[in-house]
Design a protein around this ligand. Structure first.
Ligand code: AMP
Length: 396
């Protein structure tokens, strides 16, 4: 793997694609800076070498050009604090101001460019736009795992302008290493825990995992599609009616491949989709009309925890219930705690990004698992076996 360890960046102008797509509150305070801190080792190594850094990122999903809401200038004060030095800012990612500021940049200095997605050309993968970005530096580093599954101008197209000077940053490298560690030669038993709202988002990954895991635990909203396929009553729980056959065939495949499949035994059901709903426990397949399953129940928690705690490799992607509401977080929290226990007993635990990362952070357990990925979609696609454009662009 071509990482930044293989180069010295003294007197270079290094363009780093980072993923600073962090959540901001209405006063533009950063509410979770994980994605920024995750990029610091790369930034620090290049500064230490005596390089100058030009950071490129997107923020949010701006639709029509520049807006205050999606300006990366809101990141500058916190990034400056984290680095212990003032970070310069260019109000446009291309154009004269960016050119002048990049030119003036001295070794050891950092410049952050305005949101790349203020230009439609970024997501379109426009070559001319990529060329303008490329002209700002003489080395390209990709450390944006969260967007590595996108063939955008700054994540993949730009790499062609640096045939002999393109590298993976430390974050990209460790994301890929950790995913590989789980996919190849995992210590056994290997347990995958899948949850979240839809089975349709995770079909490919589940199918691939059936060739690799010993145990597959399925919870969250997607479990009701399985319960429905088994002929059970699921009330008004989330269901994908067009995926019933798929649910049945996944169960069949698990059997054929000798994978133990664990589905919820019981559920916390509610009379409305709200934290203050009335709740009770219902066995799987026996949910009354007008009630919906919003979390796994206590028997499921016990059964799932037992399997998890006995595992030596764990992959978790997707919550067991609507963990954002305090009254439906128990199942997700218990799974997180079981993963922590297993980790303390020597297991390797990889937490998929997105909602599982948000959940583990809500429970303050992030530091007690082996690795929390910064990529939601990117990790899913990588684990499905797809070649990510951001990875391919460096490897080619
Ligand atoms: P995903 O983006 O597919 O990983 O799904 C994550 C979302 O699934 C979270 O926002 C959860 O609130 C939601 N979720 C989990 N379990 C349920 C459930 N039983 N009913 C409805 N939504 C759920």
């Amino acid at each position: 793997m071509k990482t930044i360890d293989q180069a010295n960046f003294a007197n270079k102008k290094v363009l780093i694609r980072v993923d600073f797509n962090v959540p901001l509150d209405k006063d533009f305070n950063i509410t979770d800076d994980n994605r920024i801190t995750a990029a610091l080792p790369t930034i620090k190594k290049i500064l230490k070498d005596g390089g100058a850094i030009i950071l490129m990122s997107h923020l949010g999903r701006p639709k029509n050009g520049p807006t205050e809401e999606f300006s990366l200038k809101h990141i500058v004060p916190h990034l400056s604090d984290l680095l212990g030095q003032q970070v310069e800012f260019a109000n446009d990612c291309i154009g004269q101001e960016a050119i002048d500021k990049a030119k003036a940049l001295q070794p050891g200095e950092v410049l952050l460019l305005e949101n790349l997605r203020f230009y439609k050309e970024e997501e379109k993968g426009d070559v001319e736009f990529a060329k303008k970005l490329a002209a700002l530096g003489n080395v390209y580093v990709n450390d944006a795992f969260g967007t590595a599954h996108r063939a955008h101008a700054s994540t993949s197209v730009i790499a062609q302008f640096f045939p002999d000077a393109k590298y993976f940053g430390y974050l990209m490298a460790s994301e890929l290493e950790n995913a590989e560690k789980v996919l190849n030669n995992p210590a056994r038993p290997f347990t995958a825990i899948m949850g979240g709202s839809k089975v349709s988002d995770k079909i490919k990954l589940i199918e691939r995992l059936l060739d690799k895991v010993d145990n597959l635990i399925i919870g969250g909203g997607m479990a009701y599609t399985f319960a429905k396929a088994d002929g059970g009553n699921i009330g008004t729980s989330l269901v994908e009616m067009d995926k019933l056959d798929l649910a049945t065939s996944l169960q069949q495949k698990a059997k054929e491949k000798g994978v133990q499949l664990f589905l919820p035994i019981d559920n916390v059901v509610a009379d409305k989709f709200a934290n203050d709903a009335n709740t009770k426990i219902a066995k799987t397949g026996q949910i009354e009309d007008n009630w919906m399953g919003l979390d796994i129940g206590p028997e499921s928690v016990e059964a799932f925890s037992k399997v998890i705690e006995a595992s030596k490799t764990i992959l978790w992607n997707g919550p067991m219930g609507v963990f954002e509401m305090d009254n439906f977080e128990k199942g997700t929290k218990a799974v997180a705690e079981a993963i922590v226990k297993a980790t303390q007993n020597g297991a390797f635990s990889l937490i998929g990004g997105g909602d599982s990362a948000a959940a583990i952070s809500k429970f303050n357990l992030t530091s007690k698992v082996s690795y929390v990925s910064t990529g939601g979609g990117a990790l899913l696609e990588y684990m499905e076996g797809k070649e990510l454009p951001g990875v391919k662009a460096i490897n080619d």
